[in-house]
Write a protein that binds this ligand. Structure first.
Ligand SMILES: *Cc1c(COP(=O)(O)O)cnc(C)c1O
Length: 413
């Protein structure tokens, strides 16, 4: 196989030896097709560059007519249908999910969730949504989806195989998010997928926390897997981006719906995503190691009642995490041992290395006061005190621990 064929094609096989390549190698080589990087004189650019376009010019009326009659997949047609910059990132994300059919990109994670749901649901259908869903996902269900005649039934994220009892005649889709937002309940995705398949119900997973590196969703039977690429794919807190990767039989509806919605992710932002993707493997390893070190340290502190990190036994669904995940990322919460919101604010305001702000997945650490009970309707988990969510960045973990030590002193007052 020549050097130029070293791209994401061929189901991740990079040489004639037929040995499957590893994830780190795939992250480096994926989406770098010769036709998106090479020059006419030979040689070429390492990472596919930014191709910006609205109008695509044709050589003749006949050429224009021919183009209009063809499938536009990976063909220049009009800017809204994408350019090699978007195709390259989409191709790379597809290659990270063994068995996937294709990926569509969006201007944010929330836009990706909307397109995925609308590609499956019609008026009169019911959606099952975990009570621990990302709050804007809940808002979409209670707003847009409700307005278009789609009902939502919330379920306990720890329901597991019991989901079968909730599937009714109109249930068309089950969304999962594992671990759950803010409180990190790990869901039994294989059990829910099995129950859904038995009833012909489509499954969707918000896989932003684990990424395909730690949870290859399509291989586990999920139909549509969603990433807020804003987080670990971009990885530098400087762009908004989302993706949906479709399993067998689901890409056409996803793509048709996305085009009908007029969805197109900016080539500049896709290029930032593609640049971030190359280092996502090494970044995740460090996020994982530092977050585990800090979570374990917090666990030893008398000020901390509970550490909600899927890799620690305190976390609901920890046994499922151990069974199903290949690793953990850098976001988790901890519960304070009593105290009020004022003491929590004192803790967070004292921190110097942790920024205060929404989102996560960048190189920098963040701390956020979170109150999951405000966004729940069918589960009522009692916590010993106020909760703090941490995004552990790429700083030296010992420095972050020293910072948290000062924060805990301020919390004690
Ligand atoms: C941030 C986030 C989203 C939304 O992504 P945006 O790019 O901010 O729209 C969706 N799901 C989860 C779990 C998230 O954390």
């Amino acid at each position: 196989m020549g050097r130029r064929s070293r791209d994401s094609q061929g189901a991740g096989r990079v040489s004639a030896s037929d040995r499957p390549i590893g994830d780190a190698t795939r992250l480096v080589s994926a989406g770098r097709r010769a036709e998106w990087t090479h020059s006419a004189e030979g040689g070429g650019i390492v990472n596919p560059p930014v191709w910006r376009a609205s109008t695509i010019l044709y050589d003749s009326v006949q050429h224009l007519r021919d183009a209009a009659g063809r499938d536009t997949h990976h063909r220049l047609f009009y800017g809204r249908k994408g350019t090699p910059t978007q195709w390259s990132l989409a191709d790379a994300l597809t290659s990270l999910e063994p068995g996937a059919e294709g990926t569509f990109l969006y201007g944010s994670g929330v836009a990706a969730i909307a397109a995925a749901l609308l590609s499956v649901l019609s008026p009169g259908d019911e959606l099952l949504l975990p009570d621990s869903a990302y709050d804007p996902t809940r808002g979409m269900a209670m707003g847009l989806l409700k307005r278009f005649g789609i009902a939502t039934r919330f379920y306990d994220p720890l329901v597991g195989a019991g989901i079968a009892d909730l599937i009714g005649d109109t249930t068309r889709a089950i969304l999962m998010e594992s671990p759950g937002s803010l409180s990190f309940e790990v869901q039994d995705v294989p059990a829910i997928v099995a129950a859904a398949k038995a009833r012909g119900v489509t499954t969707l997973l918000d896989n932003t926390w684990a990424t395909p590196l730690f949870f290859p969703a399509i291989a586990r039977g999920v139909d549509l897997t969603i990433l807020a690429c804003t987080k670990y794919v971009v990885g530098h807190s400087d762009a908004m981006l989302g993706s949906v990767t479709a399993g067998p039989g689901h890409f056409k509806a996803l793509r048709d719906t996305s085009f009908q919605l007029g969805q197109v992710a900016s080539p500049d932002d896709c290029w930032l995503g593609s640049r971030g993707l190359r280092t996502m493997g090494v970044r995740l390893k460090q996020h994982q190691a530092s977050a585990l070190q800090i979570a374990q340290w917090l666990k030893t502190r008398p000020e901390v009642a509970q550490v909600l990190h899927p890799a620690l036994p305190d976390c609901p669904g920890h046994d499922i995490f151990v069974r199903d995940f290949k690793g953990s990322s850098g976001l988790f919460s901890f519960v304070l041992n009593g105290g009020d919101n004022g003491a929590r604010a004192a803790l967070i305001d004292t921190l110097e290395l942790f920024g205060i702000g929404y989102s996560w997945g960048g190189f920098e650490s963040l701390a956020l006061p979170v109150d999951p009970q405000r966004h729940r309707s069918v589960t009522d988990r009692a916590f010993a005190g106020p909760m703090v969510r941490l995004q552990i960045g790429l700083e030296d973990p010992d420095d972050l621990i020293a910072d948290l030590e000062r924060g805990l002193a301020a919390y004690r007052g």
